[in-house]
Design a protein around this ligand. Structure first.
Ligand code: NAD
Length: 505
């Protein structure tokens, strides 16, 4: 890593994107987006916006909706398809920007951009599907069907850990369905949203259909969730923020999708392929520096293989190369910001105080090449009691708890014994146990012989309990969220027919 500041040029200033125009915030204030691997590099300067910009964006989106909803869905889909092609052409540049703004290693940011591309191609196909229902009517000479209609102005509030993939899960289905949108990116990763929207602009999205308002949660997120003309809110973020947004949306009867936290378990049974389970554990726990909502944060290991598994996990965790994600040889990047690093270190202290055995890691790296970044060592706790805070609360960092268990039923009970229910995994060669886990793990996603991370875009994504409020992103569930059902009856009998009343004798 360079010891001199990486960027000597003046950082670019980004304005809000409202009604197809670049607009400064009325407050005249801005905030810096810095590289967490080297905080001397300012990736960009973004507007610190507020209610005035939210009002302007909602008004623009409302005006644009009147036209956009009437554009035939296959035509809307063509713009999305073109945007995906553009993202593909610019994949390398956009992925590098993403590594610079949030730290995860290049192979993962390439995956993040690829997820947006995949979502775009999938949702472009929906432009010629968006299936409704045709059903028989109970009356003669009457036709019955249900069609989908767009909801209107939608607001998207996104986190920093998947800076392009998550915006794409929200914007692409909303747009193909005929809605108009305002997106508020996380303050740590606005650049990737600008890159994403740039692809949409170059693909020909009309003005006002997509708007970006940057700023802080309470200053931009709150007015968005409270605005009476916003008809749907989609938030991905922490459970604490989800509770606030959900309550606010309920007051004005907005449709609201919440994708929130996780504490995802991986079960390793005595008959598992241990080499495979170890590969999965390392990728699941330390990929994206543990900052995935689906990160493997609890590994529940049956006693017969517990010692061997833990010893080998620690040996391999110690060998992971930590550093700047732009270096292709690095395995794990920094925490996204100082506050997340402090949370990681706080939980490491909590784990030690609770009596868990810290088997490796546990420290901030701050010397030499690490001195300007937010680096934490990959940390493994062993002999963790499932009731300890480190085994119950979301840490969102490179800290994993290994929990011993006696048998399969015990493992399932531990796995389900948290307030979250996003992802889950089991390693076993026994098909009966695999199917039992599929049935009994109460989570939105279950992997058999694969880690808790690795969702594909055409299947539903989301979780149970405090991970969300029952909606799903990905797949057709996203179209369900961004459309209203309308039932249509066409009576071609030329007489008044009364449903439920005019019954054949
Ligand atoms: P966060 O909750 O702090 O912020 C998420 C977004 O909400 C940001 O854009 C933020 O500015 C905004 N926000 C904050 N306060 C707000 C308010 N009062 N009103 C409206 N908006 C507000 O989360 P984060 O730190 O950006 O991301 C990490 C969290 O996201 C973790 O808990 C993680 O599990 C979760 N996450 C969940 C999923 C999923 O699909 N389930 C995916 C990725 C991340």
């Amino acid at each position: 890593m360079a010891t001199e500041p990486i960027s000597v040029t003046k950082p670019r200033v980004f304005k809000n994107f409202i009604d197809g125009q670049w607009v400064e915030s009325r407050s005249g204030q801005a905030f810096e987006n810095v590289n967490p691997a080297d905080t001397r590099e300012v990736v960009g300067i973004f507007q610190r916006s507020g209610k005035a910009e939210v009002d302007a964006a909602v008004e623009a989106a409302g005006r644009a909706f009147a036209k956009w909803r009437l554009v035939p869905a296959p035509r809307r889909a063509e713009i999305i398809y073109r945007a995906s092609q553009i993202l593909e052409e610019r994949k390398e540049d956009y992925s590098r920007d993403m590594t610079r703004e949030m730290g995860k290693v290049l192979k993962e940011t390439r995956g993040d951009t690829q997820e947006a591309i995949d979502t775009g191609y999938f949702m472009a196909g929906e432009g010629r599907r968006m299936f409704g229902h045709t059903v028989p009517s109970e009356l003669p000479n009457k036709f019955a069907m249900a069609v989908r209609q767009p909801i209107g102005v939608c607001a998207m509030i996104t986190p920093w850990n998947f800076p392009m993939a998550i915006p794409s899960w929200k914007l692409f289905p909303a747009l193909v369905a005929g809605n108009t949108c305002i997106i508020k990116p996380a303050q740590d990763t606005p650049l990737s949203v600008f890159n994403f929207v740039e692809a949409l602009m170059d693909a020909g999205i009309p003005k006002g259909v997509v708007n970006i308002v940057t700023g802080f949660g309470s200053e931009v997120g709150t007015p968005l969730t409270e605005h009476p003309d916003v008809r749907a809110i989609s938030l991905t973020g922490s459970t604490a923020v989800g509770r606030v947004v959900g309550e606010s949306a309920a007051r004005s009867f907005k449709r609201c999708s919440l994708e929130l936290g996780g504490k995802n378990p991986m079960i390793v049974l005595d008959d598992a392929n241990l080499d495979l389970a170890l590969d999965g554990a390392l990728w699941g726990a330390f990929g994206t520096t543990g900052q995935r909502c689906t990160a493997t944060s609890r590994i529940i290991v049956q006693k017969g293989v517990y010692r061997e598994f833990v010893n080998r996990l620690v040996e391999r965790a110690k060998k992971l190369k930590i550093g700047n994600g732009l270096d292709e040889t690095v395995d794990m990047g920094p925490a996204v910001n100082k506050s997340q690093m402090e949370t990681d270190l706080k939980y490491i202290e909590i784990g030690q105080n609770e009596g868990a055995k810290m088997l490796c890691g546990g420290h901030r790296l701050e010397k030499g090449e690490y001195q300007h970044g937010w680096f934490v060592e990959p940390t493994v706790f062993g002999d963790v009691d499932p009731k300890m805070r480190i085994a119950q609360e979301e840490i969102f960092g490179p800290v994993v708890s290994v929990i011993p268990c006696d048998h399969m039923d015990d493992a399932i009970e531990i796995a389900n014994g948290v307030v979250y229910g996003l992802s889950s995994a089991i390693y076993t060669k026994d098909v009966n146990r695999a199917f039992k886990a599929m049935c009994d793990l109460y989570a939105g996603i279950t992997y058999i012989n694969a880690p808790t991370i690795g969702a594909e875009v055409h299947l539903p994504f989301g979780g149970t309990k405090q991970t969300g409020n029952g909606h799903r992103e990905g797949g057709i569930g996203a179209i369900d969220f961004y459309t209203e059902w309308k039932s249509v009856y066409v009576d071609y009998s030329d007489r008044l027919q009364k449903a439920q009343i005019d019954r054949p004798e």
